[in-house]
Design a protein. Sequence first.
Length: 180
Amino acid sequence: MADTRRLAEEIRATGFTCLMCSGCCTRGEDDGMLVLVSAPEVRRIMEHTGYAWDDIAEPYPEWLPAEGGGGFTLAWCLRRTEETCIFLDENNRCTIYPVRPLICRTYPFALEDGALSVYACPGIGQKPACSEAETIAEECIRREAAEAEDAERTREIFMAMKLGPDECAVVDSEGVKRIG
C-alpha cells in the first residue's frame, strides 16, 4: 500500500492546479472521456440525484462474446452527451461534485500497482505546488483499494455467471445485469 505522505510529495513535485477547463469532462478527438464507475458509486449518485440507474450509467462499450451468441462487459461508465459528461453544467461545474466518482476525485492522478501515474491535463506542471496534495493522495489510495475490491467481487460473480442464448449483460460487483 502506498504511503500518503510520500504520494503527496510526488503530487506536489508534479505540480497541479485544477484550471476548471472541463477537459476531463469533455469528449476529445479520441473519445477517451469514459468515466468508469462502480456499482456503489452509481448507487450514491442515484441517492444524491434521484435519477434511475439507466439515467446515470451506460455499459462500458467494449463487449466480449459469450457462449450462445450473447455478450458481456465488465464495467459501467457515466452517461455522456455528444460533447460532455451529463453532470457537467453550462458553467463547467460538476452537478454531482459531493458524490463524484473516485476517478473524478483523483484525476489526473492514479495509482497503478502502487506507483503514481499522471495523465495528460493542462493543470499539470502548474505552480504553486498542489495545495490539495494530501487529499488527492488519500483519494488515490482509497481508489486503488476500492477498485481492487470491486474487481475481485466482479471476478467472483463472473466465474459463476450463466447467460442464456443471445443474452447481453453487464457483470459488476453487485451481480449480472441483463441488458435489452
